[in-house]
Design a protein around this ligand. Structure first.
Ligand code: ADP
Ligand code: 5GP
Length: 208
């Protein structure tokens, strides 16, 4: 059995990563979302173990020290985020596709550790729309939104480090594009060795 695909989604806060991920999970039963650990406080409606594993700084540091994180990063305001390594490894070995919704610092580390990971940058249709979405979501103070927009600008400058870009204008179109990327990744020649061998074995049997 082939290993599942490791798809990394990044993009400025408010571009719609969470919304795209939710639709992808509803439509693709072979897909699993890695639940990150974070030291930030839960927002209203966020559930521990579902949105994130909300942990103390001490617990976070201990996991990292013990090698339990595939990647980790500290964002501008000091909050730490990290991807627990074990579930990602287990799911991929089962042939399931895995989604990581992480920032660029994390993406760079994942690419080092797993060069077959595929990076998709989710882009807002415009900066004005990004700002509108953050205000409309209403989960952060004006000061935090301004901070996130500033970080967002820096992230957009690094978008070319990713393998693909999807503009999240019409949601369903964006979701279909990510699904098309997954399909294409599964058709990669590296994934096809067993099929080539099977067809050649078959050819040998027929020609005998
Ligand atoms: P992120 O996870 O990237 O921070 P969210 O998924 O929370 O972003 O989306 C930010 C806001 O934008 C939410 O209010 C969401 O409903 C809205 N949104 C997401 N995608 C679209 C889209 N394609 N068109 C319009 N609004 C969107
Ligand atoms: P938020 O606080 O809005 O949920 O996330 C803030 C930022 O942290 C987003 O850019 C998000 O992609 C990133 N992030 C979430 N989980 C992880 C993770 O496990 N590792 C890294 N490096 N970034 C993460």
């Amino acid at each position: 059995m082939n290993k599942g695909c490791l798809l990394v989604l990044s993009g400025p806060s408010g571009c719609g990563k969470g919304t795209v991920v939710k639709r992808l999970l509803e439509r693709n039963p072979q897909l699993r979302l890695s639940v990150s650990m974070t030291t930030r406080s839960p927002r209203e409606g966020e559930e521990d173990g579902v949105s994130y594993h909300f942990v103390t700084q001490e617990a976070f540091d201990k996991t990292v020290e013990q090698g339990g994180a595939m990647e980790f990063a500290r964002c501008g305001n000091g909050d730490c985020y990290g991807t627990p390594a074990a579930p990602v490894k287990a799911w991929r070995q089962e042939g399931l596709d895995v989604l990581l919704e992480i920032d660029i610092q994390g993406y760079r580390q994942v690419k080092e550790k797993a060069p077959d990971a595929v990076g998709v940058f989710i882009m807002p249709p415009s900066f004005a729309e990004l700002s509108r979405r953050l205000y409309e979501r209403g989960t952060e103070s004006e000061e935090k939104i301004r901070q996130r927009l500033e970080t967002g600008k820096q992230e957009i400058r690094c978008a070319e480090e990713y393998d693909y870009m999807v503009v999240n204008d019409a949601l369903e179109e964006a979701v279909k594009q990510v699904e098309a990327i997954l399909l294409a990744e599964h058709a990669r020649m590296e994934e096809m060795r067993t099929i080539i061998e099977e067809v050649l074995n078959d050819a040998q049997t027929i020609s005998q």
